[in-house]
Write a protein that binds this ligand. Structure first.
Ligand code: GLY
Length: 382
């Protein structure tokens, strides 16, 4: 494929999903990445949690998150059929719990906010929480159950997207994009680290927190993304068997936040720190300690599990915590990046919207508020 219709820079879940859907819609697509399915897609926990992760002032983002969550069942069914593998989609709901009285007040406030937004959540007593999750500490003061917040195994999801994309004819080149090739009027392709160039009139930049690092992008159009570090752990059943929860448990623990996301095979993901440290992915003693301390306060049996992985990923943060999806002022350059804490959740809606833009030229209303050009106005935060 010398000149594909579209080149996608970045083979994380967003770039692969865009590539797969665009190819399924009839376009020829190349995806460029030295380590497909790596990066934040690999480090993530896979929570699909628009309701438990809702934040003040982010109502527009909530609408996008809910739209993507609603697409997940169909998206997963189509992906599993296309890739021939399963992705560990789980629908048992999410239980948010509080450890002390102050934490309980935080959850009560969250519940009131969710209710004002018309979201369905249920306040629970300590006893109710332990009926749902018998391994929870008796110290848990109460909680909040959100039936609609689900999870997926992000690593299986990424592998399935890679398989589906390749089956659909996408060429995945294990090479690093170093420069966007532009002429006086528009995008012309992408130069790779080996010196070769893939010519294309349309480039979708889906390189997560590295999206601002590609040479050749006119300075005023650099995507305002930054790395936000998250340290995260993976635990496995120990000699005594499993000691994890049945569903995702999120905890407010002495004012801090921790989440525990179980997999069908007994793996338990524990995350995550939120750190502004630039492109640093060091796993620190303090980071691991705080995650285990808070997780164990919720689930005392956790100490029986095996610690099998500690890693750090870099979320692509933006000035308003919302993604950049759509065209830029450079003809032929589209963005699908900046998904910050919702990259796994936003896969279906992002892929659908970008594919619509590529095939029809139209911007679906659901992503219109996330036009990358919203930061271009003078004085807008970057
Ligand atoms: N959404 C989970 C995280 O960003 O850690």
């Amino acid at each position: 494929m010398d000149t594909p219709d579209v080149v996608v820079v970045g083979a994380g879940v967003i770039g692969l999903a865009v590539g797969w859907r665009a190819a399924a819609a009839g376009l020829t697509v190349a995806v460029l990445d030295p380590t497909p399915t790596g990066g934040a897609s690999h480090a993530a926990a896979g929570m699909l949690a628009p309701v438990t992760e809702v934040h003040y002032g982010e109502e527009r983002l909530l609408a996008l998150n809910l739209a993507s969550a609603a697409r997940y069942p169909t998206f997963v069914a189509e992906l599993e059929a296309a890739a021939g593998v399963t992705v560990g989609y789980r629908t048992e709901g999410t239980l948010a719990v509080a450890l002390d009285a102050g934490d309980r007040a935080v959850l009560a406030e969250l519940h009131a906010f969710q209710t004002r937004l018309g979201l369905r959540t249920e306040l629970l007593t300590s006893r109710d929480c332990r009926l749902l999750e018998p391994l929870l500490s008796p110290s848990v003061r109460g909680g909040l159950f959100v039936a609609g917040d689900h999870s997926v195994d992000n690593r299986r999801l990424a592998a399935a997207l890679l398989a589906a994309a390749e089956r659909a004819g996408v060429v995945v080149r294990r090479s690093r994009a170093v420069e966007l090739v532009v002429d006086a009027v528009r995008v012309r392709g992408v130069r790779l680290a080996d010196g070769s160039t893939v010519a294309a009139d349309t480039v979708v930049l889906a390189a997560g927190c590295w999206s601002g690092s590609l040479a050749g992008i006119p300075p005023g159009l650099l995507p305002p993304v930054r790395p936000v570090k998250g340290q995260i752990l993976r635990l496995a059943p120990g000699p005594g068997g499993a000691a994890g929860p049945r569903r995702t448990v999120r905890g407010v623990v002495a004012g801090g936040h921790v989440y525990l996301v179980p997999r069908a095979d007994g793996e338990l993901v524990v995350g995550a720190s939120v750190e502004e440290q630039g492109f640093d992915t060091t796993v620190t003693v303090g980071g691991v300690y705080e995650l285990l301390r808070d997780a164990q306060a919720l689930l005392p049996g956790l100490s029986e599990l095996a610690l099998v992985e500690s890693t750090a990923g870099l979320r692509p943060g933006t000035p308003d915590n919302a993604p950049l999806i759509g065209r830029t002022d450079l003809e032929g350059l589209l963005l699908a990046t900046g998904h910050y804490r919702n990259g796994i959740l936003l896969v279906p809606v992002t892929a659908e919207a970008v594919t619509a833009m590529l095939t029809s030229g139209n911007t679906p209303p659901v992503v219109a508020p996330f036009d990358p050009r919203r930061f271009a106005a003078a004085g807008a935060p970057r």
